[in-house]
Ligand binder design. Structure first.
Ligand code: AP5
Length: 215
């Protein structure tokens, strides 16, 4: 069993890399962003509370996120196969809370500059049915048929409501204000943090991640 944290700025490639790892590992992908989007779609109390924060590019309060992640980590599939957290923890409080819930094997930090992220965010499209992530500006990540999912034929791809220039700026600033404290916290534990150059191609970053995870 392996417990992994994928850490990086908005658009760094966390979800895309998690999708690649899922193909050859039973480790459970837990994306807090995806959990919130599902809650928003189903109009749950968590979804109603999270929506205004997400639309404003701010973090959902720790008390809400930590409870949601704890519930997911307590499920039998995670107990059996381990987890790959994508988008959690994002604050020092979340990192400390996670330490009380589980022990980590590796924290993978995807490093990438702001200039590279905006184009990725604006070009991102995803399948509302299977969740596969595409990018219309990248030949490696484009759908085969423009506007449609390669896996779920005839399903039109969608753009996330927070993937616009204005909200990206806010998400980036939120990331800057919180990320250092989280990386510093994990760096105290020697060998736990492994860095990946997120500016490289998808195939390169996937190979680097697989080598770190020995998968
Ligand atoms: P969340 O959904 O987690 O958004 P995020 O962290 O901003 O990350 P993204 O999903 O935007 O990016 P990603 O790194 O997964 O990149 P992707 O693989 O898609 O969170 C949304 C919101 O929910 C937050 O703003 C917050 O409000 C709330 N929230 C979530 N977690 C929370 C928490 N813990 N605490 C409080 N609030 C929380 O890739 C991006 C694009 O780039 C894609 O189009 C992809 O095809 C492309 N791409 C990927 N890799 C490459 C590559 N190597 N080369 C070229 N293109 C690439």
């Amino acid at each position: 069993m392996t417990n992994i944290v994928l850490f990086g700025a908005p658009g760094a490639g966390k979800g895309t890399l998690a999708g690649k790892i899922k193909k050859f590992s039973s480790v459970v992908h837990i994306s807090t962003g995806d959990l919130f989007r599902a809650n928003i779609k189903n109009e749950t109390p968590i979804g109603k509370e999270a929506k205004s924060y997400i639309d404003a590019g701010q973090l959902v309060p720790d008390s809400v996120v930590i409870g949601m992640v704890k519930d997911r980590i307590d499920q039998p599939d995670v107990k059996e196969n381990g987890f790959m957290l994508d988008g959690f923890p994002r604050t020092l409080e979340q990192a400390k809370a996670l330490d009380e819930i589980a022990s980590l094997d590796v924290v993978v930090v995807i490093e990438i500059a702001k200039e590279d992220l905006k184009k990725r965010i604006l070009g991102r499209r995803s399948c509302p049915k299977c969740g596969k992530i595409y990018n219309i500006y990248n030949d490696e990540l484009k759908p085969k048929k423009e506007g449609y999912c390669d896996v779920c034929e005839n399903t039109a791809l969608v753009q996330r409501s927070d993937d616009n220039e204005e909200t990206f700026e806010k998400r980036w600033n939120t990331y800057l204000s919180q990320s250092e404290a989280v990386i510093d916290y994990y760096s105290k534990n020697e060998g736990l943090v492994q860095k990946i150059d997120g500016t490289r191609t998808m195939s390169y970053t996937e190979a680097e991640l697989r080598s770190i995870l020995k998968m």
